[in-house]
Design a protein around this ligand. Structure first.
Ligand code: ADP
Length: 334
């Protein structure tokens, strides 16, 4: 698989009125062709800064960014314009031109690319068909819902056949239903057009729903990166754990008790293993928190349980879970 972006030790320091602020520190990651890649972090973590380095809207202060093997810092203005034509972007605020119709908005990048009139219209209509809004071609953006406006922005972004689509908090202004529809549409476009998609978000639910890989940015640094499945099953960094388990729901009954986290994957998610535990061993556990998620269409689940006080009961229960293919991890008590 070709590497679309390679970031090596990227740093960014903003300088304002003599004050310096380091927004990114030594971030290294690669994004491959055809992936849906999530960049997640809290507000102020540096996500937007990071994404702006991908098309050189922001110059890096250290390290380098490569796009299909070319170091962006070495490109001439004309070459940078060509790169930017291959990297489309959509935003939280849609950024449509209010005085132009839907069709005219979608034709805009084709006008810039110098495509002749008739061809422009044909291409723009094709894009509107893809996003399901052909019948709105003569409307103005103000008369559309937020979800429809974002569809128009997606049609416009796709019109010039980019290699990559960058989505900066593209669903943050939408309600959950519209968010779901836009994410489904992006997922379908990724599949059918083999378009690489980079999604910047502060919401783990967005990453869970459509991303293959994810990078977690915490305070300007890369906390962790990898497949969404791996990070959900075994978050290593503190920042990843906070995103996967947002609250601390533990409330153990006894001071001496031992807590374990059970992590099960798609195969065992639907098995009633707590009932089987009681049936087969006669032992019980106290469920303190349970959480199942669907990642890329496969169910994953986590459960934190409190074990009984007796050591041999604990061992028997743990071995029952392990035999059933469930991963068991010790949990520190709050
Ligand atoms: P995020 O997208 O994760 O919310 P940003 O990349 O927008 O984070 O910002 C990261 C940090 O860099 C923030 O503390 C922000 O205030 C700071 N920052 C962003 N842009 C500038 C700028 N042009 N000048 C100075 N500081 C900036």
């Amino acid at each position: 698989m070709a590497e679309v972006f390679r970031l090596e030790q990227v740093s960014k320091t903003y300088k304002n009125d003599g004050k310096e602020f380091e927004a990114l520190r030594n971030v290294s990651l690669t994004i491959e062709e055809g992936e849906v890649f999530g960049i997640i972090g809290m507000s102020g973590a540096g996500k937007s800064t990071l994404v702006r380095t991908l098309n050189r809207l922001e110059e890096v202060s250290g390290g380098k960014v490569e796009f299909f093997g070319q170091d962006l810092a070495t490109l001439k203005p004309r070459e940078i314009r060509r790169v930017r034509q291959q990297i489309a972007m959509i935003f939280q605020s849609f950024n449509l031109v209010g005085q132009r119709t839907v069709l005219s908005n979608v034709m805009q990048p084709l006008r810039i690319a110098g495509i002749p009139g008739a061809q422009r219209k044909e291409k723009a209509l094709e894009m509107l068909r893809i996003v399901g809004l052909e019948e709105k071609q003569n409307e103005y953006p103000a008369r559309l819902s937020g979800g429809q406006r974002q569809r128009v922005a997606i049609a416009r972004a796709l019109a010039a056949d980019p290699k990559v689509l960058l989505c900066d908090e593209a669903t943050s202004a939408l309600d959950p239903k519209m968010t779901g529809e836009i994410l489904d549409l992006l997922s379908e476009i990724n599949r059918t057009r083999k378009l690489t998609i980079v999604i910047i978000t502060h919401e783990m639910s967005v990453v869970e729903k459509i991303c293959d890989k994810v990078a977690i940015i915490d305070n300007g640094e890369l906390a962790e990166a990898g497949s969404v499945k791996e990070i959900f099953q075994n978050p290593k960094s503190e920042a990843a754990r906070k995103l996967v388990f947002p609250s601390n729901p533990f409330d153990p009954s006894g001071k001496q008790s031992r807590l374990i986290r059970l992590v099960f994957d798609g195969l065992s998610a639907n098995t009633p293993f707590i009932a089987q535990l009681v049936e087969q061993t006669g032992k019980k556990v106290n469920i303190l928190s349970a959480n199942t998620k669907s990642v890329g269409g496969i169910g994953y689940g986590q459960m934190v349980v409190e074990l009984p006080d007796k050591k041999e009961d604990q061992e028997q229960i743990i071995s029952f879970f392990r035999k059933g293919g469930i991963s068991v991890q010790e949990v520190e008590k709050p």
